[in-house]
Design a protein around this ligand. Structure first.
Ligand code: GLA
Length: 383
């Protein structure tokens, strides 16, 4: 029998080891956060975009203009990544024609009837930027502000801590408000958003995030299956202001207690779906035994890719908007034209027009108190 010299054996095994190690290493991603320039505002202010990546390769891009989520690349059941968020390739798009693609929304997310509310007997008047009503914080809400951003490495991932100071009287709201919003991407494939705020005068606060999701990364969302953990919703009038009723979803197109395609009943001849320009744009009353506890609000499944998005929140309500106002006039990332029902928005929040409905959970924040809300988006897959 021929003897193989020892050094040949050592050399061969080392070579095999190195090739295998390198091969595996390609797939082991690092948890990183990096900053790049994303352009300049007309007033000369520089805007940055942060890329957060977890060890499984999930990658989020967040800019400090509006604290907006610009992209989210997540895997399907076969490990193929796609961007599941609508938006623009450049800052200019966000400044031009922007139906709230991805930002933090405040000081009061959603609508306030006729832009009026009272605190301690004093009536406050806000801008009417949605027909007869006030929407999403007014003409220049938190979505159009530049936030201070601090990237952080945290225990199980990376985080971007954003801060904005909203001064007394801004957009008509009383009180200096200090707002902090922290986006954390964990190695458990979660995007966690922690919001907090304090004020020096009684005010109202309702913060949310307004990302447009499409788990297929393209096309419409009508076959994506939605579950909303709510027995009731808040019906609206023709201007999308809640009537005040908490109505059972049973027997209505609003019953998403069992997962079913979004498009199932979206075109039904129900006045509630007509007021909204054809589709969902309503607040669901989330089932919660303990107010303020972090519970599952919704789960969306895309049957072909197997991508799943779960939303957990401490908030009492969830606005589900089915992209009804998208009309093909916007060309977004990679030349994609955004048409009606090409995305869903799930806004964890307090109920619309709460200041004018004493039966809704309160949105009043007083000096010495701390507003907090946590919402977690979990990216999963099914076979
Ligand atoms: C929210 C509202 C919708 C619409 C969008 C932005 O989701 O509820 O009616 O205004 O924002 O287009």
């Amino acid at each position: 029998m021929n003897k193989v010299p020892v050094f040949v054996l050592i050399f061969t095994f080392s070579a095999i080891f190195l090739v295998t190690y390198e091969g595996c290493n390609k797939y082991v991603k690092k948890t990183t956060i990096e900053k790049e320039s994303f352009g300049t505002l007309p007033n000369g202010k520089k805007i940055d975009i942060y890329t957060l990546q977890n060890k499984n390769g999930i990658e989020l891009k967040i800019m400090n203009y509006g604290g907006a989520i610009v992209s989210a690349r997540v895997p399907d059941k076969n490990g193929n990544f796609a961007d599941v968020v609508l938006g623009y390739d450049s800052l200019q798009g966000y400044l031009k024609d922007n139906p709230y693609f991805g930002p933090i929304v405040g000081r009061y997310a959603n609508r306030i009837a006729k832009g009026k509310f009272a605190l301690k007997g004093k009536v406050y008047t806000l801008a009417l930027n949605d027909g007869p009503n006030h929407l999403h914080g007014g003409m220049k809400g938190f979505d159009k502000r530049v936030w201070d951003a601090v990237p952080e490495k945290v225990k199980n991932g990376v985080a971007l801590k954003l801060h904005y100071f909203s001064k007394d009287g801004e957009e008509g709201y009383p009180g200096d408000l200090n707002v902090t919003v922290t986006y954390t991407l964990t190695n458990n494939n979660e995007l966690r958003i922690d919001y907090s705020a304090t004020t020096d005068k009684p005010t109202i606060v309702n913060l949310t995030n307004h990302t447009y999701w499409n788990l297929a990364g393209k096309g419409d969302i009508l076959n994506q299956e939605m579950m909303i953990n709510a027995d009731k919703f808040t019906p609206v009038d023709s201007t999308l202001i809640p009537t005040g009723e908490l109505k059972s979803v049973r027997g209505t197109p609003f019953d998403f207690r069992k997962s079913r395609p979004i498009g199932d009943q979206i075109n039904e001849d129900d006045p509630q779906l007509v007021y909204t320009h054809g589709g969902y744009d309503h607040n669901w009353v989330l089932n919660k035994n303990v107010p303020g506890s972090l519970t599952l609000a919704a789960r969306v499944t895309e049957p072909i890719s197997g991508r799943v998005l779960e939303i957990w929140t401490t908030e009492p309500g969830l606005q589900f908007y089915s992209g009804n106002f998208l009309d093909g006039s916007i060309t977004g990332k990679n030349g994609q034209v955004y048409r009606k029902h090409d995305a869903f928005v799930l806004e964890a929040q307090h109920f619309p027009d709460s200041p004018n409905h004493p039966n809704f959970p309160s949105v009043v924040l007083k000096p010495g108190e701390k507003y907090t809300q946590t919402t977690i988006y979990k990216f999963k897959t099914v076979q």
